[in-house]
Design a binder for this molecule. Structure first.
Ligand SMILES: [Zn+2]
Length: 333
């Protein structure tokens, strides 16, 4: 009943009976360095069966855009805070406790403020993502120094035990393989390394494990699952404005995703956070750069006034900016 109240208070209507009564769940699964041209080719060859099945019932594009610099921590910060690097200022790409947490609210934080009972969780496999674990914003944080299948096992245990409303899962495998063995270079006709292909296939199996857990726990029909990446790559590197670095896949699936097929508008990585919030029935802050990808959602907006900017304050500027504080703060753990 609480969920119906949450939905009706901001004018959402969820299609489908089951989705209307289950608690909405948003899951973001990020394939680190998941270059979309290779992902697309493997799907055409039937070698990423989980993703292929999700695309068949959801909405997708292989032309979504990450931010500049097309590096891991700046990109994930934009993905999970809804704002561009010009706004969040996270241009470093290493774990550096002295820098504290990212200086803008994350999607977890925005959700918690709007809905304090919401449960949030992150599972990641790179230490630098600790910078996104702002205090008091996550009910569970798991750092797993292992491959995609091990990360997925931890995510499954969290789904079973916590039943998070918003879950982020980070799989590092493609990035590791790309730096060590090569992403390939489309412009030069160089194919990706076998190791990179294997890493994507491992991510696909891990994704299948997560989807199965959502189904087994009766969450799938009320879930928006977004599968995306922080950047692509070419040769052994990424970080530039080259389209092979900048393009990312963006696939929406689950019971809350619309079966819209190919998405034609340009999707930016900041839109991921806004779309996850919209699926959970919450309005993204008006001062976010990201917007919900409504075409990918199986929900109808009953009251569009907040989208037009006539309602609701922005959240930026209301949190202390660690960079401006005299005392240095340390990341937890
Ligand atoms: Zn990365």
């Amino acid at each position: 009943m609480r969920d119906l109240v949450v939905f009706s208070s901001i004018g959402f209507l969820v299609f489908g009976t089951l989705a209307a009564y289950a608690e909405p769940t948003a899951v973001i699964v990020a394939w680190d360095g998941g270059k979309p041209s290779v992902v697309q080719r493997l799907i055409e060859q039937g070698r990423l069966p989980t993703l292929q099945a999700l695309m068949g019932q959801g909405s997708y594009t292989f032309q979504a855009q990450t931010i500049l610099p097309s590096k891991t921590l700046p990109s994930f910060t934009s993905m999970l805070t809804g704002v561009s690097p010009q706004r969040h200022g996270v241009l470093w790409n290493d774990y550096d406790p002295g820098r504290g947490w990212v200086p803008v609210p994350t999607v977890f934080e925005v959700l918690k403020r709007a809905q304090p009972s919401a449960r949030t969780a992150m599972v990641f496999s790179k230490k630098k993502l600790r910078h996104l674990v702002r205090p008091g914003t996550l009910d569970a944080v798991e750092e797993v120094d292992e491959d995609a299948l091990q990360v997925a096992e931890v995510a499954v245990r969290l789904i079973q035990s916590l039943r998070p409303h918003l879950l982020f899962v980070h799989l590092r495998d493609p990035d590791r393989a790309g730096h060590l063995h090569g992403w390939g270079d489309d412009a030069r006709g160089q194919p990706p390394s076998a190791q990179f292909v294997e890493a994507l296939q491992r991510c696909d199996r891990a994704l299948g494990v997560i989807v199965e857990a959502l189904r087994q726990n009766d969450l799938w029909e009320a879930t928006l699952l977004i599968v995306t990446a922080d950047h692509g790559g070419r040769g052994y590197h990424h970080g530039s404005s080259d389209p092979q670095d900048m393009r990312i896949p963006w696939i929406a699936a689950g019971g809350l995703a619309a079966p819209a097929g190919v998405l034609t508008r340009t999707i930016h990585t900041m839109d991921t956070a806004a779309t996850a919030l919209a699926a959970l029935g919450q309005r993204p802050p008006l001062d976010w750069d990201g917007q919900p990808v409504w075409e990918a959602l199986r929900i109808e907006l009953g009251d569009e006034s907040w989208v037009k900017g006539t309602m609701g304050p922005g959240l930026l500027g209301k949190v202390p900016n660690p960079r401006l504080e005299p005392r240095r703060r340390e990341c937890p753990r």
